[in-house]
Design a protein around this ligand. Structure first.
Ligand code: GTP
Ligand code: MG
Length: 331
């Protein structure tokens, strides 16, 4: 399951300061009878400042505490988060947020001690102004980190929710070969489909039922025929899904080459994936058979032996083929 799914977006520095000021303004001191006006003002200012500090330290602490512990999350999500946003950057941001409450407490304690020597109304006003100023500028200093963590949560909440206890099929192939069309035909997922490459930019999960069990099927961004260290963030998501969650890999070919990638590179990529994931079953399927000329199809067959062919624009064939594949696996 996506560890960020239920997380609420965390506040940014302005929101935090507004909240702290509001609560501080409302905090009051009720000693009953007021004997000494200055003493009363001192007490009340200390209460207000302490509320101000507590709202901030509590909020900052809960941002850090509620953020999923990156070292303990599932490796699939860890690698996805690291590739998309950078785990080191996240840890740095969290650590600067985490380091701030003790400094706030120290400032407030020091200033409250100094207040003992205040004798005039002006001294007290100055005290409050100074503490609000020092603490606010501390919060402003971490405003980039607060903003970054908020953005990560908003983005990471949208990552697919994968249940590792369900059998998972990952559909891969070069861009534009029809992966999303196939996934849409066989599952509940509704990925965008378009006649140009790189339509799918992130991993998407669909579900289908097979013999009373839920099967997950993952649509992935298209992969180019190149080495791992040259792959961009969009492609790497497909590799991460293949590596961490695929129980079965379906590799789609487009023999019509209307996808824009020649068969030679589609075959190269197929071999690359088979080699990279030696311990996984990789099933090749020839898609867009309605557009393909026999010579092109034969190139694939010559290379891989007999391969199932389908057209994903009609929904019947993909469903039938998938059921045949699952039957063959004896799930
Ligand atoms: N004629 C025909 N067109 C198909 C078939 N499958 C997909 N297409 C078309 O091929 C184009 C690409 O389809 P997508 O499903 O978006 O391909 P994709 O592999 O998901 O593409 P990316 O997400 O960009 O990698 C679309 O115009 C589809 O309508 C098929 O079996 N026959
Ligand atoms: Mg797609």
């Amino acid at each position: 399951m996506n560890p960020f799914e239920e997380l609420k977006p965390t506040p940014v520095s302005d929101t935090l300061l507004d909240k702290a000021f509001r609560k501080s303004l409302k905090a009051s001191y009720n000693p009953g009878k007021v004997k000494d006006k200055i003493e009363f003002m001192k007490h009340e200012s200390v209460i207000k400042i302490k509320v101000f500090g507590k709202v901030l330290t509590d909020s900052l602490n809960s941002i850090v505490k509620n953020f999923p512990s990156l070292d303990n999350i599932d490796p699939f999500y860890y690698e996805l988060i690291d590739t998309l946003y950078g785990v080191d950057k996240i840890k740095q941001a969290l650590s600067s947020i985490n380091g701030t409450p003790p400094i706030i407490r120290r400032i407030i304690n020091d200033e409250v001690k100094r207040l003992k020597t205040a004798y005039s109304k002006q001294d007290i006003v100055n005290f409050k102004r100074r503490v609000y100023g020092r603490v606010s500028s501390l919060i402003k200093k971490i405003s980039k980190s607060l903003m970054f963590i908020r953005e990560i949560i908003i983005k990471a909440r949208g990552l697919p929710s994968i249940d590792k206890s369900n059998f998972t099929i990952v559909v891969a192939g070069q861009p534009n070969v029809g992966k999303s069309t196939f996934v849409r035909a066989v599952s509940s997922a509704q990925p965008e489909i378009a006649e140009y490459p790189f339509t799918t930019k992130r991993i998407l999960v669909g579900h289908l039922e097979y013999k009373g069990n839920v099967i997950q099927i993952i649509d992935t961004p298209g992969l180019l025929d190149r080495e791992l260290d040259l792959r961009n963030k969009i492609e790497l998501q497909a590799i991460i899904a293949l590596k961490h969650i695929a129980d079965l890999i379906i590799y789609l070919f487009d023999p019509s080459e209307t996808c824009g990638y020649p068969l030679t590179s589609q075959i190269n990529l197929f071999k690359y994936i088979k080699n990279l994931f030696k311990d996984k079953t990789v099933i090749p399927i020839i898609n867009k058979i309605d557009l393909a000329v026999p010579e092109r199809v034969n190139i694939i067959v010559k290379e891989l032996g007999s391969v199932t062919s389908i057209s994903s624009i009609n929904n019947v064939e993909p469903k039938k083929i998938l059921t045949d594949i699952l039957d063959g696996l004896n799930l």
